[in-house]
Design a protein around this ligand. Structure first.
Ligand code: NAD
Ligand code: DAU
Length: 362
């Protein structure tokens, strides 16, 4: 058995990754460490394919004694680190928790791994691996004429979120170069798919449109993201963990770069077809321009040549197929939506983030 510690495995990508791992390799036991913040939920972990190989532990990655005990109890040999504060708008309104979780939390995990794996030789000579899941936002923003971000693009984070992720990436790199901790890093673009908390663009637009609420477009809606279906991201991460070169970083992206406005229109068109009896058709009548995000990055795009050439990974879903699956999933999973609305701070957050934005153009 391989004993894989997945941090943040009750969140969006983490829970998809837990499913992916259980389906991919019967010789893996998953220990899922998650604090169950507003963004994490056991609702995301229902109906796993092989629940005996999944151990859920509620706890904080910043709690060193707790993390150390977990490494010992389950003889952890691999860490795939997702746990983080992840919403840019929340980082603008309250950066402190981002520094704590993303910087101090990542440091704590790295230092426990170093102490137990390298100093104490907890697992003897058995291979060990620490994989850090990061973001394209560490590279900052692109002008229209700039080439996509590559693995050697300098870091220029622009939000408290991206600055905290950049700091965590630097710590991971330092633990490789200074102590020889066997690490890899992936920097990935915007994910979408099932189980995404509805504060992020895609699920927020789907659920608001279903309920006939306005669809808040920040600024002019011409900002560009590089969209990747979440299962493609999970496959890329596992490819890097199993085949990647230690000490290396790999860019992961979807080769889909529409402006925000276009992605929202696509969601509306899919809903028009899936819900022909909706009183809100055509759903794009709900679009509303609102005040922009401060420091809003204009354009992201990922050059994924390295992971394609070295590890043979490419995204399988196009934006059209991935969005159809995603919108269909939110339409069909009303119970999940209701549970998430009830158990999180969802409405408080919506009131806080959108109340002062409501003076837009449309
Ligand atoms: P998410 O917000 O949906 O989930 C984060 C999870 O981490 C939650 O389950 C939460 O409870 C848990 N968590 C938070 N603080 C914790 C702590 N102190 N201890 C233990 N668990 C804690 O996030 P996501 O969108 O799934 O992102 C996962 C990772 O992938 C993050 O590191 C993020 O930076 C990175 N990433 C996300 C995207 C994206 O588009 N969503 C793209 C690239 C990279
Ligand atoms: O690029 C990877 C990053 O993608 C991840 O590292 C982050 O964790 C993840 O949250 C995401 O960040 P973004 O800020 O790009 O995602 P978000 O869904 O918040 O916004 C996507 C775009 O849509 C962005 O340009 C802002 C815009 N937007 C967002 C919301 C929530 C709107 O126009 N209206 C909205 O209501």
């Amino acid at each position: 058995m391989k004993n894989v510690l997945v941090t943040g495995g009750a969140g969006f990508i983490g829970s998809n990754f837990v499913r992916y791992l259980l389906n991919t390799d019967p010789k893996i036991q998953v220990v899922n460490l998650d604090v169950l913040s507003y963004a994490g939920s056991l609702e995301n972990l229902r109906n796993l394919s092989d629940p005996e190989r999944h151990i859920f532990v509620q706890g904080d990655i910043c709690d060193r004694p707790f993390v150390e005990a977990l490494f010992r109890q389950y003889s952890i040999d691999t860490v795939v680190h997702f746990a983080a504060e992840t919403h840019v708008d929340r980082s603008i309104l309250g950066p402190a928790q981002f520094i704590q979780t993303n910087v101090v939390g990542t440091y704590t995990l790295l230092d426990v791994a170093r102490t137990l794996w390298l100093n104490e030789k907890l697992l003897g000579d058995q291979p060990v691996h620490f994989h850090h899941v990061s973001t394209d936002e560490v590279f900052g923003t692109l002008r229209p004429e700039d080439p996509p971000f590559s693995e050697v693009t300098p870091y220029q984070p622009n939000s408290p979120y991206s600055a905290s992720k950049a700091s965590s990436d630097h710590l991971v790199r330092a633990y490789y170069h200074t102590y020889g901790l066997p690490v890899t890093i992936t920097n990935c673009s915007n994910n979408y798919g099932p189980y995404q908390f509805p504060e992020k663009l895609v699920p927020l637009m789907i659920l608001n449109a279903i309920e006939g609420k306005s669809l808040p477009i920040y600024g002019d809606g011409q900002q560009i993201r590089d969209w990747l279906f979440v299962e493609d991201h999970c496959e890329a991460i596992w490819r890097v963990v199993t085949k990647g070169k230690l000490g290396e970083t790999y860019n992961v992206g979807g080769n889909n770069q529409p402006p925000n406005l276009e992605i929202v229109h696509q969601i509306c068109t899919i809903l028009d077809e899936l819900k022909p009896d909706s009183p809100y058709r055509p759903h794009n009548q709900l679009l509303k321009y609102v005040t922009d995000r401060p420091g809003h990055d204009r354009r992201y795009a990922m050059n994924i040549d390295k992971i394609q050439a070295e590890l043979g990974w490419s995204p399988k879903e196009t934006l059209a197929t991935g969005l159809l699956k995603t919108v269909g999933w939110y339409v069909e999973n009303k119970e999940w939506v209701e549970a998430i609305h009830k158990q999180s701070d969802y409405q408080t957050w919506i009131d806080k983030n959108y109340a002062t934005r409501d003076k837009g153009r449309g």
